[in-house]
Unconditional design. Structure first.
Ligand code: MN3
Length: 200
């Protein structure tokens, strides 16, 4: 069955001024939709059509014959995850077990924040910065293009899309400003806490 785009949990204007409605309209309404349509067209009529998108991503990750399925499927999944990482009531700091684990694994929230910002700003070209749980340890990692931590067995907790289409209308070349705006104002720590709890 076809993969369907999850509804946004907020209005297209809700993330302003940090991310404009115009960016959301293109990013959610055009880029993400295109990845999903491409993915559905590529798996239609194949056995992959009956698998979950996560199963397909893992199955085709290292298959040079299925690069198109991987790229579109992983981008479909990464973006669905990304929209959930953002909230008009986001930013600030985590609480509870996730906050304690960040302190334990990074030293402090401030050190984690610097590591995430550094990963997001130094990812060369298109890609993603992530907070993941890797064998019981929280880590910040970055992935290029459509690559996703799912293929390495890491559990995504949060992500920031650093493809230019994510910020160019609002920030042009100023990727660090976009990254800071997300970390300080939009990251949904309640979503992150649910991902962390589900992984334990
Ligand atoms: Mn994107």
């Amino acid at each position: 069955m076809a993969y369907t785009q999850p509804a946004l949990a907020y209005a297209e204007t809700a993330l302003e001024p940090h991310i404009s409605a115009k960016t959301i309209s293109f990013h959610y309404g055009k880029h993400h939709v295109a990845y999903i349509n491409n993915y559905n067209n590529l798996v239609a009529g194949t056995p992959m059509d009956s698998q979950s998108i996560e199963e397909v991503i893992l199955a085709v990750a290292n298959d040079p014959q299925k690069v198109g399925i991987f790229n579109n499927g992983a981008q479909a999944w990464n973006h669905s995850f990304y929209w959930n990482c953002l909230s008009p009531n986001g930013g600030g700091t985590p609480t509870g077990p996730l906050a304690a684990k960040i302190d334990a694994d990074f030293g402090s929230f401030e050190k984690f924040r610097e590591e995430l910002k550094n990963a997001a700003t130094t990812q060369f070209g298109s890609g993603w910065a992530w907070l993941v749980l890797d064998n019981g340890t929280l880590k910040v990692v970055k992935t290029g293009n459509a690559q996703t931590p799912l293929t390495g067995g890491q559990v995504p907790i949060l992500t920031i899309d650093v493809w230019e289409h994510a910020y160019y209308l609002d920030y042009q070349n100023r990727r660090p400003d976009y990254v800071s705006a997300i970390i300080d104002n939009l990251l949904d720590w309640e979503f992150a806490a649910r991902n962390f709890a589900a992984a334990n």
